[in-house]
Write a new protein. Structure first.
Length: 218
């Protein structure tokens, strides 16, 4: 799946830097500009954003632990026979580009593993997840929710999907604000019960042909 969304619009991301954080010199490379145009279509088998020398590091990107898994049970019963749908964010892939005082532009791929349990009567399911941009270890600057509609094929109870987000833009107050002053978090739009289930390290996975057993990761 491919999406083109602007996560932040009109945000003045003012971020104080430590004295040790020096501004990076702006570089100009005509050949790199031409290469960037040729590779405008993002291809994960290549460098996602080639051809530009960044003014600094990229934002930190990670999955929020409490929202990393989707565990949906019928009547909130934590039992193998009550599993309706499951989901897990298996990994992230992201890269960024910016120079001078340009905004930071990030492209990201979110990898999902999804499952359908015995109570998942409908083959069509819409998962919900969110992406948030924060000032690192501080407040949330922007947050946007996404839907992930899927259809399980007949006889299939598991599937993997890679969802691409092409338009995360983080404005900067000036050229001295580097990308590592920001953090991008990803998670399912979980209920409080799901968050607590995840917090305890529990999980249900759909395993075809084998008993479904709840396990706890300590």
């Amino acid at each position: 799946m491919r999406r083109k969304h602007l996560i932040i619009s009109g945000l003045i991301a003012a971020c104080a830097l430590s004295p040790a954080a020096a501004a990076w010199a702006q570089k100009s490379d005509d050949d790199a500009e031409k290469k960037a145009k040729r590779n405008a279509e993002w291809n994960l088998r290549q460098a996602p954003l080639p051809g530009k020398r960044n003014a600094g590091a990229c934002p930190y990107v990670k999955v929020l632990y409490d929202a990393a898994r989707w565990e949906e049970f019928k009547d909130n019963q934590e039992a193998s026979g009550a599993v309706a749908y499951t989901g897990e964010i298996e990994g992230l892939r992201a890269d960024c580009t910016y120079r001078g005082d340009d905004p930071i532009r990030v492209k990201m791929q979110v990898n999902f593993a999804l499952g359908r349990g015995p109570q998942g009567r409908d083959p069509h399911k819409t998962y919900r997840y969110w992406v948030a941009v924060t000032q690192r270890n501080r407040e949330v600057l922007a947050k946007q929710e996404f839907t992930l509609p899927v259809t399980f094929a007949n006889g299939e109870d598991r599937m993997r999907i890679a969802d691409k987000i092409d338009g995360i833009v983080i404005p900067r107050a000036n050229a001295q604000v580097a990308g590592d002053n920001f953090e991008i978090l990803v998670g399912f739009d979980v209920t409080p019960e799901m968050a607590e289930f995840n917090r305890q390290g529990k999980r249900f996975r759909i395993n075809a042909g084998a008993p479904q057993v709840a396990s706890s990761e300590k």
